[in-house]
Design a protein around this ligand. Structure first.
Ligand code: AMP
Length: 122
């Protein structure tokens, strides 16, 4: 994967994509990577991230981001199916900014399932 801005430090998730940091990878294609969250909040908790960094959903813009985000959501559903979550259901979450609980500035979608998830979220 070519990085356009070499002077910007790699995000944690870029290091996972580059196999510099280990992760339990459950799905990969040319646009996205999905791996198990290191601090799971449900029996199944997977993160799916675009390989090309978009810092957060609030900064997504233009047709290229639209295309990768559409793919990411479709593949999130496919990963959920493969992990056996289709029948009982699951939740997709994208945290944006401090109040949203975002801690890693590399857009990612949480796939949570395997238990009843309460609403509203905390
Ligand atoms: P967020 O708070 O939405 O930015 O989500 C970041 C997520 O990344 C959290 O759920 C963390 O548990 C998860 N996380 C942090 N470091 C790692 C790692 N090395 N491998 C897998 N997940 C991680």
């Amino acid at each position: 994967m070519v990085r356009l801005y070499q002077e910007i430090p790699m995000t944690l998730f870029e290091k996972i994509i580059a196999r510099q940091i280990p992760a339990d990878i459950v799905y990969e294609d040319n646009l996205v990577l999905a791996f198990r969250d290191i601090n799971p909040q449900a029996p199944i908790h997977v993160l799916i991230v675009p390989k090309r960094v978009i810092p957060r959903i609030g900064e997504a813009t233009g047709p290229a981001d639209q295309s990768v985000l559409g793919h990411l959501l479709v593949q999130a559903a496919e990963v959920a199916r493969r992990l056996g979550l289709a029948e009982n259901g699951y939740r997709l979450v994208i945290n944006n900014g401090p109040d949203g609980g975002e801690t890693v500035p590399h857009l990612h979608c949480h796939i949570l399932g395997g238990r009843l998830l309460c609403w509203p979220p905390g």
